[in-house]
Design a protein around this ligand. Sequence first.
Ligand SMILES: [Zn+2]
Length: 224
Amino acid sequence: MDNYLQKKLNEAVQIERLIDTAVKLIGIPSPTLSTKSVADKLAEILEEDDFRVKRPEANWPESPAVFVTYDSGQPGRTLQFDGHLDTVHLPYVEPRVEKGKLYGSGASDMKGGIAAMCEALRIIRDTGLLKSGKIILTAHDHHEAPWGDGRQVKALIEEGFVGDGVLIPEYHCESLPVLGRGMAILEVSIMREGLPVHEVQGGTGTTLSHSSRSKSHHQVYGIK
Ligand SMILES: [Zn+2]
């Protein structure tokens, strides 16, 4: 990006508006599979900013996704901003800003990022600097495993709510990751013959003893 563009975009960012959006989103608890209220709030914020919001169900009617397009009016590629509105199932923490830092459930993972998506969309529109192509914004549930299974983002992609390239503003501060390690979820079932018995009463050989548990643990976690 050249210096002129960077300067224009930086000048257009309204920090207070950005923080206000993040605080409003963090102010609504949204553990995975329970994002309806925060999705409604995001849609309301974007509508108040004069964006036309669509709410595709995308295989999760309990909480339709949020979708917005900003079109430059000229043909070109589409850049997508995507984020998940759900947070992990930890005790809820109210939003607060302290000494220049934003705190609260999902502040970094990833309602702060979603607020940044909204602010980016506003300044791209208001500066008129996008000369071709489109920007789309998508926000959805079902991200955090093991509670969610990723179905909503997959359905969005299958239904065509997808760009030519995607920016996902998760928490990496000033670095721009270009590669991730990915994630695997394993389900392990361990069985033995005989009736269920408490581990301290079964004696060795009849129950899942400490040594066999430890062995299983090593076998499972030894998989790399
Ligand atoms: Zn995340």
